[in-house]
Unconditional design. Structure first.
Length: 209
């Protein structure tokens, strides 16, 4: 789950809007403006809402790659048993996250009804199940949070493997690593720290939602 430019813009707006609203209130108290409202904050909030909707709609198709990933995981397992277990759990968490997010989005936008027939009831047409969009959204975010927490464990396993590979390359020839091997390890470490920073950025977002 890498950061994209729309992700950066969306969450930058979430920080900017409260700041603009607070500034407007302070300026109003100081007599510098007529109202405590910020027109800029309202505009940015609308832009943020549009970006959020577009990102959610784009993720409607996110379930298919997860299924493909889980299938490929069983055919070509990762380097260690721990990584296999972690990636299985991450895949399953996403299998729960995406449908719940899609369902809550459809409910929030009143695309589907908030009550559905109870399929276990054969005799009563009045027996219906109520769907709470807020509760479903919270549960989807919990599964996302689970994925992020599992990714920290994944990164710890990756760190151990990278250290071991680096140590083996240094000892293998007795003369240290070649320039090609140094470049390879540098690229791997750069990718590792990039993943770590990205996941670290997602962690407070999962707590927020």
């Amino acid at each position: 789950m890498p950061f994209n430019i729309d992700t950066v813009i969306q969450y930058a707006i979430k920080v900017l809007v409260p700041f603009l609203r607070m500034r407007a209130r302070l300026q109003h108290r100081a007599g510098l403006c007529k109202t405590p409202d910020s027109a800029a904050a309202s505009s940015f909030a609308k832009i943020g809402s549009i970006i959020s909707d577009s990102r959610t709609l784009w993720r409607i198709w996110g379930l298919l790659p997860i299924v493909q990933w889980l299938i490929s995981l069983e055919r070509t397992p990762p380097a260690t048993r721990n990584l296999l277990t972690l990636e299985r759990l991450q895949g399953w968490s996403m299998l729960a996250y995406y449908p719940l997010e899609h369902l809550s989005y459809l409910l929030f936008n009143e695309i589907i009804p908030s009550t559905i027939p109870n399929i276990l009831s054969f005799f009563s047409s009045s027996d219906r199940i109520s769907l709470d969009a807020n509760s479903i959204s919270i549960w989807s975010c919990r599964f996302w949070a689970l994925y992020v927490l599992l990714q920290f464990a994944h990164l710890r396993e990756d760190f151990t493997l990278l250290r071991a590979r680096q140590r083996n390359l240094r000892k293998g020839k007795g003369t240290g690593m070649s320039s090609t091997e140094k470049k390879e390890m540098q690229q791997r470490w750069d990718a590792y720290w990039s993943d770590f920073v990205t996941n670290l950025g997602y962690f407070p977002l999962t707590l927020h939602w």
